[in-house]
Design a protein around this ligand. Structure first.
Ligand code: G3P
Ligand code: CA
Length: 256
């Protein structure tokens, strides 16, 4: 039986979190990127989701389809909004060839399919870009995932809605800029367990302030080995990275 996400969060030592999957090696937010992340033994695998026109949560970062699919080549035009297409339409897109021809034929996954793939070997860090809390909670409930994933967002009202829908939800509050007492007050009020912050704004005082509240601090997006080691020395609890295997080796060298 899978351990609850809150146990993983409470663990001592730094967690390695694959950003959009192992997106240095495979197209971001696709099943191959998630498979590479599991191979890299990522403690968590981050993804982004939004709703299709017919209200299905699908895994993609951008509001538009242009950068990470062949929508423009197939349908013409520019800045094609994802929210204007049904899931059936989105299934016709190639979400891999832009990254490398080896990944041609890769599809935009539904959130439900991505969860099945990731939860088989890791824990999903779900970043909600757009969509309501009730729909997300419905997908999590159906898959039996509620206590086994972490839900994060820059939109803290959305996190509050998740908590209202289901108090078992494990939440992470994303942010950037200064880590102020006011912001930490708000995060505490939400009942979030994790502060997910831009690493550029993290220093010793920020780590201390987060830990003083009994919260964990995960930082995004860190790909440089030296910066990762410096952040671990400061005491961060999680590194969100496009290169999970490389950063694991950098901060936790295997014993000889
Ligand atoms: O995990 C946090 C990080 O993913 C936020 O930035 O733009 O990559 O979703 P973004
Ligand atoms: Ca993200």
């Amino acid at each position: 039986m899978k351990a609850p996400a809150r146990d993983l969060i409470a663990r001592q030592g730094v967690l390695i979190i694959a950003h959009r999957g192992a997106s240095f090696r495979a197209p971001e937010n696709t099943l191959p990127a998630f498979a590479h992340a599991l191979e890299a033994r990522a403690d968590l695998v981050e993804l982004d989701y939004r709703h299709s026109k017919d209200g299905v949560p699908v895994v993609i970062h951008d509001k538009t389809l242009d950068r990470t699919t062949d929508a423009v080549a197939q349908w013409g035009g520019k800045k094609l909004p994802l929210a204007a297409r049904t899931q059936a339409d989105l299934e016709k897109l190639d979400a891999g060839a832009w990254f490398d021809e080896r990944f041609a034929g890769t599809r935009v996954p539904s959130l439900a399919d991505a969860l099945d793939a990731i939860q088989a070997g890791s824990v999903t860090l779900i970043e909600r870009k757009a969509g309501d809390a009730a729909t997300l909670l419905g997908v999590l409930e159906k898959g039996g995932h509620i206590e086994h994933v972490v839900v994060q967002s820059f939109d803290w009202d959305f996190l509050a809605d998740c908590r209202t829908c289901d108090p078992r939800c494990v939440l992470g509050a994303l942010g950037t800029g200064a880590v102020t007492a006011e912001r930490l007050d708000a995060i505490e009020r939400l009942g979030a367990r994790v502060v997910g912050w831009n690493h550029k704004h993290i220093d010793a005082a920020a780590v201390k302030a987060v830990h003083a509240r009994g919260l964990k601090l995960w930082v995004y997006t860190v790909d440089a080995r030296a910066r990762a080691r410096a952040l671990v020395a400061l005491g961060v609890d999680g590194l969100i990275t496009n290169r999970p295997a490389a950063l694991r080796a950098a901060v936790m060298p295997e014993p000889r």
